[in-house]
Every structure is written in structure tokens, then in C-alpha cells.
Design a protein around this ligand. Structure first.
Ligand code: ATP
Ligand code: MG
Length: 250
């Protein structure tokens, strides 16, 4: 794909998307575009509709509006078909198999790709290279991991499906700032491996530091959109999401 093709066809195209829970409209006319190789963040407060937006993109919830992956309409494709196309979601609740080991959890992540034998081992090595901590703890049960390790496992498991677009729902949730930094550093490096990222975060500072562009979602609608560094210096974003000018999590 040439540079100009990439520009003309976004990897993920969301247009005037609506998602409802019965009478409650949780996502109301959201438009968002992500090009291959980009890291895009969506920030916003509790209840803004961030998780709902990702769930709809993944096919876990029905939606109305434009929803395309590499030009293909996603409506009508079930979750498994979307995973086959290269989409993957790391959910807000990590949803690991607590009684199973790190290795078992990772292997289950490759299930949709039906990897086995040498291909499976190769992919495991690939994940272990990026998360050496998981390699050290491969025989440990998931429910005995620390919070940071669990998040690494959730991301590692998603990577086993060889996604081209990884959607992360609040990877920083419940983690200390240093661990958040570690995880986001790994996430940023995934771009070099050809993985694009849609990053949903309440931690606006970390998200804007890690992304190319950001969207501010408020009560189901996009309130602001721009280059991440412009958003980070926008007084409205600073006042509401960055705690004024203070660096409270440094
Ligand atoms: N299963 C559900 N049934 C009814 N309403 C729901 C359901 N799930 C979410 N909602 C509502 O939809 C809105 C958006 O919720 P959502 O979980 O997408 O927000 P969020 O931005 O991810 O919030 P948080 O930062 O707290 O995770 C909220 O008003 C929420 O109460
Ligand atoms: Mg959420």
C-alpha cells in the first residue's frame, strides 16, 4: 500500500456512529478515523461512552452508522470474523482465566488463528520478547500475578491473535504511574511491528503523551479532536482532564 492509498483509506473509519442500551443513547454520532501506523487516543470521563465505542467496533454491541476496517463494512461481521480481519480488543476487565497459567492464557489468545506447533511457539516467543516478565512467569497462575503483570498478560494474549489494530480499554486502570509508563512504552513500540493502536483512557496525560492524535469524548459525543500535543496544551483539556497545569502523576 502506498502512502497516498493509506491516506485515502483509513484503517478504521467510524462515522456518525450511534450505540444504545435500550432507551439510553451511550454513543451519539461519533466520527473517528485511524490510519495504519497511528496511535489514536480517546479520553473522557466515566460514563462518556468509551467502552461502548470499543465494544461496538469489536462487534460486541450493535451500532448504527459507518464502521469500516480497511474499507470493509464491519456491520454483519461477528466478533470472530473481526478478529480474523486483524482487530483485537483488550477489555477494561482483563478477563483472564485466573486458574490457568500465563502460558495457557497466551495459547488461548492464539485460538482464533488456530496456531499450533512451530507457528504457535514462534508467536509465543514474539510475545515473550516484548514482555520478558511474562516469560519469567509462564508457569504461574494468572490470578497470582500483580496488577501490572495481569495487564501485560491481557495485552500479550491479545497480541497472540496477530492483530493489526489493537484496541486497549484503559490499560492504566488501577496501576501505579511507573507501571503505566512501562506498559505504554511497550504499546508505543508495537507500532514498529505494524500494530496500530486505539487507546481508550481516563488517564488523559498518559494517553496524550503516547498517541499521535486524540479525541475527547463527553456524554457520547466528540467534544474535541486534534494532534495529541495540541490537545495537551488546550486550556479546556488542561482544566478538565489534566488537573490544571500541575503534573500530579509525575
Ligand atoms: N449494559 C448497559 N446497560 C445500560 N446502560 C449502559 C450499559 N453499559 C453502559 N451503559 C451506560 O452507557 C454510558 C457509557 O458507558 P461506558 O461504559 O461506555 O462509559 P466509559 O466512558 O467507558 O466509562 P468508564 O470510564 O467509567 O469506563 C453510561 O451512561 C453507562 O451507564
Ligand atoms: Mg469504560
Amino acid at each position: 500500500m502506498s502512502q497516498s492509498d493509506r491516506k485515502s483509506t483509513p484503517m478504521l473509519e467510524i462515522g456518525d456512529l450511534h450505540v444504545s442500551y435500550g432507551q439510553v443513547d451511550a454513543v451519539r454520532g461519533v466520527s473517528l478515523s485511524l490510519n495504519a501506523g497511528q496511535i489514536i487516543s480517546v479520553i473522557g470521563p466515566n460514563g462518556a461512552g468509551k467502552t461502548t465505542l470499543l465494544a461496538a467496533a469489536m462487534g460486541l454491541l450493535p451500532s448504527k452508522g459507518v464502521l469500516r476496517f480497511e474499507g470493509e463494512d464491519l456491520h454483519g461481521l461477528d466478533v470472530e470474523s473481526r478478529v480474523e480481519r486483524g482487530l483485537c480488543l483488550v477489555p477494561e476487565k482483563r478477563e483472564l482465566f485466573g486458574e490457568l497459567t500465563v502460558l495457557d492464557n497466551l495459547q488461548l489468545g492464539a485460538y482464533s488463528k488456530r496456531l499450533s506447533g512451530a507457528a504457535l511457539r514462534q508467536r509465543l516467543d514474539w510475545v515473550y520478547e516484548r514482555f520478558p516478565r511474562l516469560a519469567e512467569r509462564r508457569s504461574q497462575r494468572a490470578n497470582t500475578l500483580s496488577g501490572g503483570e495481569r495487564q501485560m498478560l491481557a495485552v500479550g494474549r491479545a497480541l497472540m491473535s496477530q492483530p493489526r489494530l489493537l484496541m486497549l480499554d484503559e490499560p492504566s486502570l488501577g496501576l501505579a504511574p511507573l507501571i503505566v509508563r512501562d506498559i505504554l512504552t511497550i504499546v508505543r513500540k508495537l507500532r514498529d511491528d505494524g500494530v496500530s493502536i486505539l487507546l481508550v483512557e481516563q488517564n488523559a496525560r498518559a494517553a496524550l503523551e503516547s498517541s499521535d492524535e486524540g479525541y475527547v469524548l463527553e456524554t457520547g459525543e466528540i467534544a474535541l479532536h486534534g494532534r495529541s500535543e495540541s490537545l495537551a496544551s488546550d486550556p479546556r483539556v488542561q482544566a478538565t482532564y489534566l488537573g490544571g497545569a500541575t503534573h500530579d502523576d509525575d
